[in-house]
Design a protein around this ligand. Structure first.
Ligand code: 5AD
Ligand code: SF4
Length: 458
């Protein structure tokens, strides 16, 4: 009889890339470990960390502090830290946290089983960065999981002056397209419906591959897979967004009408200081082109306020551009100086109060724009991919439109994982409420009702 498996608990901080990495951790450990959602029960407790802003790093440090008691109670439990903070801090983290058994960086995931075995004898550190995309072990998809995050690139070569990613995730490498296609085929064969391709800058996918392929070519290839209902990708850098890629939004049926296009600032002076390689005029031009190809396209973005040297006039430029583009949603952050980055040593760092006040004004504007975009959807019938029970009520289901807005509605749990038609009945600041109007519609790739006008959603 085989031995019962041990239990691993994984706490994930940060972006979708980290969520995908945590899934890979669970996968590589699966011959010896099963996932548990109870930390007190775990034989192995892993924290997958984010270093993008100081606040994310502080959350990790505070969790590590609070885990001292658990480790004292259960000394046989192994405690490991992986991801971006682990990559950035390495040895320093082991020195600062005596109850930590293992520190592994962003490229250490595939070496995890061996590292964990060794960590039971001696504390381990592995922050080596690989050359090339590591040979990913084949994924096994859970039957019934409708959505998949598929990493197609790692690292970044852009060196935006505020950003720590190139230092903690290393240089940019693409994953061979045959591997990407095979992984997605397997997911679809297990009943999957929606795929999100992940990379720091997917537009530059394919550079340096032995068998060169561009990102538009990859999207075309994937769109031919007959069972793929929805295809998404993140993140795009505006400077590399080509007309060829924009045109695909009107051409490829599974490609959802949503694009996350980080703007960061509306001021040309600040964009230059950020090393973003585009101006507000270039950005606007791309948005106009995109909307010509896909009038229903929902645009979301990232914005930073309080970058060193940002004046009130620079900030006004951001507000004005946000208003003009009318983003469906924006993730807004106060600038946070990060180790090794160029902006951290710029002289004109702004006081916290100025950053907080600008952030509040920006959020107030964006909340109004989001609500207005939501209100325009009321009365329409749209396709929803049902993701699960809603957080607020077990009687409600939650899902997303192709244009990425969250919709909550009443319906039986059997709908989870299905594509259904929902009439939007109410607009809220962060979500929509709807009414389920039809049976599951597995073949529907577009908004469901025939002849429905594909209105602008933002
Ligand atoms: N300070 C604040 N926000 C940051 N981001 C990246 N680095 C920083 C930083 N140092 C934001 C950017 C990026 C998003 C993922 O996080 O807006 O697009
Ligand atoms: Fe960071 Fe810029 Fe690379 Fe995005 S493109 S990961 S913001 S360096």
């Amino acid at each position: 009889m085989s031995r019962p498996k041990k239990k691993v608990y994984i706490k994930t901080f940060g972006c979708q890339m980290n969520v995908a990495d945590s899934e890979q951790m669970a996968q590589v450990l699966s011959p010896e470990y099963v996932l548990t959602d109870r930390p007190d029960d775990a034989d192995l407790y892993l924290i997958n960390t984010c270093a993008i802003r100081k606040k994310s790093e502080e959350k990790v440090r505070s969790l590590l502090g609070s885990l001292r008691a658990l480790k004292q109670k259960r000394p046989q439990m192994l405690l490991g830290v992986g991801g971006c903070v682990a990559q950035q801090e390495g040895e320093r983290l082991l020195a600062a946290v005596p109850h930590l058994d293992l520190v592994f960086g962003t490229h250490g995931i595939y070496r995890l089983p061996e590292l964990v075995r060794r960590a039971s004898l001696k504390r381990q550190l592995d922050v080596a960065l690989n050359e090339g995309f590591p040979a990913a072990p084949p994924r096994r998809w859970q039957p019934g999981s409708a959505q998949a995050l598929v990493t197609i690139m790692q690292g970044c070569n852009n060196f935006c002056s505020f950003c720590v990613v190139p230092y903690v995730r290393g240089r940019e490498y693409s994953r061979p397209s045959a591997e990407v296609v095979a992984e997605i085929q397997e997911f679809l064969a297990a009943g999957g419906k929606e795929v999100t391709l992940l990379g720091q800058n997917v537009n530059s996918y394919g550079r340096g591959l032995a068998k060169p392929v561009t990102f538009p070519q990859l999207l075309r290839r994937l769109s031919e897979l007959p069972d793929l209902a929805r295809l998404r990708f993140a993140t795009s850098h505006p400077k590399d967004l080509s007309v060829e890629l924009m045109a695909l939004f009107s051409e490829l049926e599974p490609l959802c009408e949503h694009l996350h296009l980080p703007l960061q600032s509306g001021s040309n002076r600040i964009l230059a200081a950020m090393n973003r390689s585009y101006s507000r005029e270039h950005y606007l031009e791309k948005v106009e082109k995109l909307r010509r190809f896909s009038p229903d396209l929902s645009l979301t973005t990232d914005l930073i306020v309080g970058f060193p040297g940002e004046t009130e006039a620079d900030f006004q430029d951001t507000l004005e551009l946000v208003q003009e583009v009318a983003f469906q949603q924006a993730f807004c952050f106060k600038y946070s100086p990060r180790p090794q980055t160029r902006a951290a040593s710029l002289p004109e760092q702004l006081p916290e109060e100025v950053k907080a006040e600008r952030l509040a004004r920006l959020l107030e504007l964006q909340d109004r724009l989001t609500l207005a975009a939501h209100q325009r959807l009321v009365g329409q019938v749209r396709e929803v991919l049902v993701e699960g029970e809603s957080k607020r009520s077990a009687d409600e289901l939650t899902g997303r439109l192709r244009t990425n807005q969250v919709v909550n509605f009443s319906g039986p749990p059997e709908l989870i994982g299905q594509l259904v038609s929902v009439e939007i009945t109410e607009a809220h600041p962060h979500s929509l409420k709807g009414r389920w109007v039809a049976e599951p519609s597995p073949h529907s790739r577009r908004p469901v009702v025939e002849g429905e006008p594909r209105r602008l959603s933002c």
